[in-house]
Structure formats: structure tokens, C-alpha cells
Design a protein. Structure first.
Length: 179
């Protein structure tokens, strides 16, 4: 759903940018082509500003995902290293912690894509043409979709671990409390 939103979001930004409405130019002194050229340049600047604002919003979403990925990564490390929580005694049941490995891998890929997106967003500052800005925007859209996809896959592995852990806690042999 988020992937579709980002594609639709960038698509709507591009379609808004594509719908330029140039103000009516009233003939005045001097050649009329200068007035039309000035209106076209002003419209192009407005389009670029709107596109950059949309890309800025996508960059903020990416930063949020990166923050969540790092938080989940740290929390999962804490869950393994902590000694103050319930842990399975059986080696077979402890194997559920192997689900953390692909979860970490996908969260790492999500953070990587977020970094790539951040670098692409920085490139918008140096874009000199509208076409280059659209190309960078397309890359940012692809990177955000990949980042969300990797994040969701990583989250899926941690959710699977949690389901198995809760099932063990309810139906398994839980060790007695040492308190």
C-alpha cells in the first residue's frame, strides 16, 4: 500500500508539474515574445519548487523509516542480550531467534536505501534542468519504494518471531520464575 502511495504521490507531483498554467500576457511595449518567455520561466520555477517540496516530503518519510529500522534493530539486540526476560530453555525453541537474522538483513537494506535516497535528494539542489530534476525524482520514488519494501519484509520476520514466541509462552514449557 505504501509503495503504491509513493508511486501515486510522485505521479501526482509530476502531473501537477505537467499542468502548467501560464498567466495571460497583455501586450505592452516591446516584443511580446519577452513577456511569454518570462511567464514560461516563472511557471518552470514554480514547477521545480513544487517538485522539490514533494521530494522533500518523500525524504522525510525515508528518514522516519530509517529511524524506525534502527530502533527495531536496537530493540532486537536488547531482547537477545537482556537477562531479565523469559527465555526458552529448549534449543529447538531457541531456534526461533534465527528469525532475527533475515529481519536484520532486511532492516539493513532498508537503511541502505534510505541513505541512497538521502543522497539523491541532496542532488536536487544541484539540478540545473527540469528534466534532470524529474529523473532524480523518479530515482527517489524507486528508492523509497524499495526502502519501504525492505522495511516491511524485515518487520514481517520480527512479527513472525513474536507470534512464535507468544505461542511458546502460552502453550510451551515455560521455566519457573527465579524470583
Amino acid at each position: 500500500m505504501r509503495k503504491l502511495f509513493s508511486v501515486v504521490f510522485l505521479g501526482s507531483v509530476i502531473s501537477i508539474v505537467g499542468q502548467t498554467s501560464s498567466p495571460s500576457v497583455t501586450p505592452g511595449p516591446g516584443p511580446s515574445s519577452n513577456g511569454a518567455a518570462a511567464a514560461s520561466a516563472a511557471s518552470s520555477l514554480s514547477d521545480d519548487r513544487n517538485l522539490k517540496e514533494g521530494l522533500g516530503g518523500m525524504s522525510e518519510n525515508s528518514k522516519t523509516l530509517t529511524g524506525w529500522a534502527l530502533t527495531i534493530f536496537g530493540g532486537s539486540i536488547l531482547a537477545i542480550a537482556s537477562t531479565s526476560y523469559l527465555r526458552p530453555l529448549s534449543r529447538k525453541v531457541r531456534a526461533i531467534y534465527l528469525l532475527f537474522v533475515p529481519g536484520w538483513l532486511f532492516l539493513g537494506l532498508s537503511v541502505f536505501e534510505g541513505d541512497q535516497l538521502s543522497r539523491s535528494y541532496t542532488a536536487t539542489v544541484f539540478a540545473k534542468s527540469h528534466e534532470l530534476l524529474l529523473k532524480i525524482g523518479s530515482n527517489i520514488n524507486i528508492e523509497l519504494a524499495a526502502q519501504m519494501n525492505y522495511f516491511n519484509w524485515g518487520l514481517g520476520f520480527f512479527a513472525l518471531w513474536l507470534v512464535v514466541f507468544v505461542l511458546w509462552w502460552i502453550f510451551g514449557d515455560v521455566p519457573p520464575s527465579s524470583r
